[in-house]
Ligand binder design. Structure first.
Ligand SMILES: Cc1ncc(COP(=O)(O)O)c(C=O)c1O
Length: 459
């Protein structure tokens, strides 16, 4: 890896060739006031001065004053191929003018076509070929849980600490141990195992001498805290909201084997890791040498449309006929068209390859930055699904939570939007649209360098 010296020139945001239309809507203050008066206070915003995003094009967005930003968080990993990607916009516009319908009671080609395309993207021989379409990742996980319980006849679910699986009742139950606001499981029948979070190993062990105890512990959890049988295990191949927590390579193989021994199905939540984001594989689970029984997906599947899916084998999918389960908008022609167009771009524009090449360059540069910036405790993740955990002290690993919040503010001033996550909100989440260029990646790292130096100087 080439070493670069500490920076002297200010980080330069690559200038987009796109010109945003003049903004003629209500002022930012008016928008904020409406939000405060008429919308639930449960909604949170980033930044001391919340940002109004008026327009987007590919990896960039513009505020109402026309200031350009690099969107390195992509609407929380939702924009997979680029804001308002022309191919996607054109196809959806055409479909909008032709038919918007909300029921699967009649036939329409797009739903079957997207089901077929998803099946074609699953590993050969996996039989993961049947889709149930929803409007969100939470709903897709609900369907996965329901199907597992119905298929196995078991009730108990194993999820992971530090996970995030959505905002519906069952999905909140899967989310555990202080991630965001869900402090404990409000749903019966969910047990939480330890994720492969080596940087903060709950057992105080080191990989590989630990023998991946976090994964093996699932056997004890099932033996002692369930009736000895489980319906399913659900895990994100790389934890997203939890801060790009990336397990040791054999973690999922060990867990899947144990869960299957006790009669359970294995669910991979690909809401963040799917569609080529990890660069080395189309699905996150493929990086770990496992094949799940059920795959759930959303966000990047349709470049911003409200679309989720639960994909499984025909024998598991069949159990849904035991249930009256109806989804009004699931499978509607507009979302289906957007999903198909997004897949066309992913396949046609080598998006996964770009995630690999630009993501590797970005990670290399972040690792190099770690050598100069003491606040960087760990750089982790794959492709364009990266995390940078910030600490006050590398020995004690005290989370640098307030510094992380400050860093986001300073990055915004310089035209860079990134996310934060992790148990203590001290991990930078870098998950840009997968059309990110090398120049964008360089700007991102230069900007972090500048801002970390500024925060370090204040300490
Ligand atoms: C891994 C994961 N699963 C599920 C969800 C829930 O998806 P949605 O917000 O579309 O319901 C999210 C959302 O952030 C997620 O990150």
């Amino acid at each position: 890896m080439m070493k670069t010296a500490a920076r002297t020139a200010p980080a330069q945001l690559p200038v987009s060739l796109h010109t945003p239309a003049p903004y003629d809507g209500p002022s930012r203050d008016e928008v904020l006031a409406m939000r405060r008066q008429y919308l639930t206070p449960g909604l949170v915003t980033y930044y001391r001065e919340p940002l109004l995003i008026a327009e987007g094009h590919m990896q960039y967005v513009w505020d109402e004053a026309g200031k350009q930003y690099l969107d390195a968080f992509a609407g929380i990993v939702t924009i997979s191929v680029g804001h308002c990607h022309p191919t996607v916009v054109e196809k959806v516009r055409e479909q909008l003018g032709r038919l918007q319908h909300t029921t699967t009671l009649y036939l329409h080609p797009a739903i079957g076509q997207l089901g077929k395309r998803l099946a074609e993207h699953m590993p050969e021989g996996s039989e993961l070929s049947v889709s149930y379409f929803t409007n969100s990742g939470s709903e897709a996980n609900e369907v996965a849980i329901l199907s597992s319980r119905e298929f196995t006849g078991n009730h108990e679910i194993i999820s992971l600490r530090n996970a995030y699986h959505g905002g519906t009742q069952a999905a909140m139950g899967l989310t555990a141990h202080g991630t965001w606001k869900f402090k404990s499981s409000p749903v019966v029948g969910v047990k939480h195992a330890t994720p492969g979070y080596c940087y903060r190993c709950p057992y105080g062990l080191e990989y590989p001498s630990c023998d991946v105890k976090c994964a093996r512990d699932v056997a004890d959890l099932i033996r002692y805290e369930t009736p000895g049988e489980v319906a399913c295990f659900i895990g994100e191949p790389i934890q997203g909201v939890g801060g790009a927590v990336t397990p040791p390579p054999e973690y999922f193989q060990i867990v899947y084997e144990i869960v299957r021994k006790y009669g359970g199905l294995c669910i991979a939540d690909e809401v963040q890791t799917g569609f080529g984001r990890t660069g080395t594989a189309f699905w996150g689970f493929e990086n770990w040498g496992v094949t799940p029984d059920i795959v759930t997906m959303a966000k990047g599947i349709a470049n911003g449309a409200p679309l989720g899916a639960c994909v499984t084998r025909p024998e598991i999918a069949r159990v849904m006929t035991n249930r009256v389960h109806f989804n009004t908008f699931g499978g509607n022609p507009i979302s289906m068209t957007q999903g198909l167009a997004t897949l066309d771009v992913i396949d046609g524009e080598s998006i996964q390859q770009n995630a690999l090449v630009v993501g590797s360059h970005l990670k290399d540069r972040l690792l190099e930055l770690q050598e100069r910036q003491p606040m960087i405790g760990e750089v982790r993740g794959m492709g364009l699904m990266l995390g940078v955990e910030l600490v006050r002290d590398r020995r004690s690993k005290e989370p640098a939570s307030t510094e992380t919040a400050e860093l986001l503010e300073l990055c915004k001033q310089r035209g860079l939007l990134i996310g934060k996550g992790g148990l203590a909100g001290n991990t930078l989440r870098i998950k840009p649209p997968m059309c990110l260029t090398r120049d964008d990646a360089d700007f991102l790292v230069d900007c972090l360098d500048e801002v970390l130096t500024e925060i370090g100087a204040r300490a």
